[in-house]
Design a binder for this molecule. Sequence first.
Ligand code: GGG
Length: 356
Amino acid sequence: MKEYAIAVIPGDGIGNEVMPEGLRVLDAAADRLSAFRFRFESFPWGCDYYLRAGRMMPADGLKILAQFDAIYFGAVGWPSVPDPISLRGLRLEICQSFDQYANLRPSRLLPGVQSPLRGKTPAEIDFLVVRENTEGEYSGAGGRAHRGLPDEVATQTAIFSRRGVERVLRYAFDLARQRRRRLASVSKSNAQEFAFGLWDELTESVARDYPDVTIERVLVDAMAARMVLHPESLDVVVASNLHADILTDLGAAICGSLGVAPSANLNPQQAYPSMFEPVHGSAPDIYGKGIANPIGMILSGAMMLDFLGEKEAAARIEAAVRTVTASGLLTRDLGGTATTRQVGEAVAHALLGSTC
Ligand code: GGG
């Protein structure tokens, strides 16, 4: 039987509460299908680790992770550690070092969940954002001079390479081909003409290789409005690291909550393991109450199975989630009263009871 070695990093805050539910559902999927099994190994890396060891993960952390088939990640960030240290030292270190250049972030309204957009149904909110995930505004290039003095200056340089932009565009075009063949490429080339001029030019040139995909170029501000006003007009959306990060919080919000949004940080060539995590962060405000929504974590597990080639298991997890939300069992962020654990157990139960 095929065994997948999965590195588990719950991370900080509610990452530790939603992770057990994600693992519960993955185990249920393996039990239900009896075609594969998991070997999970958990790593206690994150802000507590930083406070003890002075780094977010050990010096050989990447070497350890490289031996796994995939990484299942919770959330990172805690008030006791400056955000740039926690984000760069763990999540970005993994995404950039493992060249996970395509970050897939679906926005899909679940049955039984009320969108804040009046009258919208699941059929009308179903799009996929592809986030460039290794460069752009997150390159980490810049600095501060004359710190604390009246003449202090700060620079933060966004770096867009032809190779980096072209490969994520191609990945998005390929995904559009598997969906409704519509791609919106987001930029801000009216104000940032160098970086997004390159982005737009490459969009046009790559589009010539995909004549069957309908392409449009959309400014990021217009895309924000469009997600609210006409989400049904969107299929695949490709955007830079920062633009897509912001747009996908909006995408999650129109689906009812940040808690339901999954994501996949992919190295499509599989030279390194890919990483699967909910879009949400560590949520210190609700940590410890047992009320965090585990659906983003659970659906990230489905994306992991899909990428590993276990398509049926992935589809069954998604169906089980839909069964549970349609039944009205919802956590507080979605207007319900269910706990993290009750939702995780209900999804596992629905999965185990599903027919072949
Ligand atoms: N599970 C996602 C997570 O923990 N994100 C933390 C965060 O602050 N991310 C910011 C970013 O990726 O831009």
